[in-house]
Design a protein around this ligand. Structure first.
Ligand code: ZN
Length: 313
């Protein structure tokens, strides 16, 4: 296959850069490296500023430190990266033979309950927000809040409306099921689960139920396949489990809903065969062996996300 590229909708690399310095962005110290992104033909990498909940730091301040690390990385590697803030930038990056980067925030805790912080984050270049991590925040409940089962709060409604208005991608990964459904009910634009797998293949609370996947497909949303072994399989996970999730979701809801959201550098273990973006080709080759069409592979690798970003940003 010629001239395809990868869009990966989640990695946590800038957390490592913020805490350990830019020197970590080198082979062997991060899952995601410049060489790996080039070798894996990644054309657009989302870089998440993960503002972990239940910490005793000021969340907005923590978020700003991560955003500063993102811009330090862009400045250091300006010959290789181009920041994407609107759909046309993706084409521009391709033309300039650069890797597009998109700044995202994981954890709506960063807003500290203030809509003005959302607007300022947009101006700082943030183009997607994962509304919650696994626990409750001012917006909604996360996937591990098993007892309360809370959907969007009043503030959460306001956040969804304002993100629609600004042109930001709403990320429903990590949300409780109730949160997931209420976001889709309220949002006027399609949403993404940037790094979530299929619950029917691996019964993990972070994975999406069949009904959620079908609804995502119906509204034109996307789920990014997550490469974290415990989300892929209950047994010893391998590359074949990535393929199993893709096969299942494609059979259930079609290929238009599938993307990649590796979760590199946010996970404490990787598959032996897929240790970083340099290994994307192995996944593509596995799909080719299963006779996936050229068009289906292009949808999964980049076309679905291009479609979504054009309709949202
Ligand atoms: Zn995550």
């Amino acid at each position: 296959m010629d001239s395809y590229f990868i869009i990966d909708s989640h990695c946590d690399t800038i957390g490592l850069i913020a805490d350990k310095g830019l020197s970590v962005f080198q082979q062997e110290k991060c899952h995601v490296t410049l060489e790996g992104l080039k070798a894996g033909r990644v054309g657009l990498q989302f870089f998440a500023a993960f503002v972990a909940p239940r910490k005793n730091y000021p969340y907005l301040q923590r978020g700003l430190k991560l955003i500063d690390a993102y811009y330090a990385m862009l400045e250091r590697y300006e010959d290789s990266f181009l920041a994407i803030t609107k759909p046309d930038d993706i084409d521009l990056a391709r033309q300039q033979d650069k890797i597009g980067t998109m700044l995202t925030v994981e954890g709506g805790d960063i807003l500290e309950g203030e809509l003005l912080n959302l607007r300022i984050l947009y101006r700082l270049g943030v183009r997607a927000i994962t509304l919650t991590w696994n626990y409750r925040n001012e917006i909604a409940d996360g996937a591990l809040e098993k007892k309360s089962k809370g959907g969007l709060s009043t503030f959460g409604h306001e956040v969804v409306n304002e993100m629609n208005h600004l042109g930001m991608l709403i990320d429903v990964s990590h949300l409780s099921e109730e949160g997931f459904y209420s976001v889709i009910e309220v949002s006027k634009k399609p949403v993404a689960a940037t790094h979530s797998n299929a619950w029917s293949i691996q019964q993990h609370p972070r994975n999406l139920r069949d009904e959620q996947i079908k609804l995502l497909a119906k509204i034109g949303g996307i789920m990014g396949i997550n490469f974290y072994p415990p989300f892929l399989s209950g047994q010893q996970a391998g590359l074949n489990d990535i393929i199993s999730h893709i096969e299942y979701i494609a059979g259930l809801a079609g290929t238009d809903v599938i993307g990649f959201g590796s979760d590199f550098d946010g996970i404490d273990e990787t598959l032996d065969e897929v240790r970083g973006p340099q290994d994307y080709e192995k996944i593509i080759n596995a799909l080719l062996r299963l006779n996936y069409s050229d068009e289906d592979i292009r949808k999964i690798t980049y076309k679905n996300y291009i479609r979504l970003l054009k309709s949202v940003l």
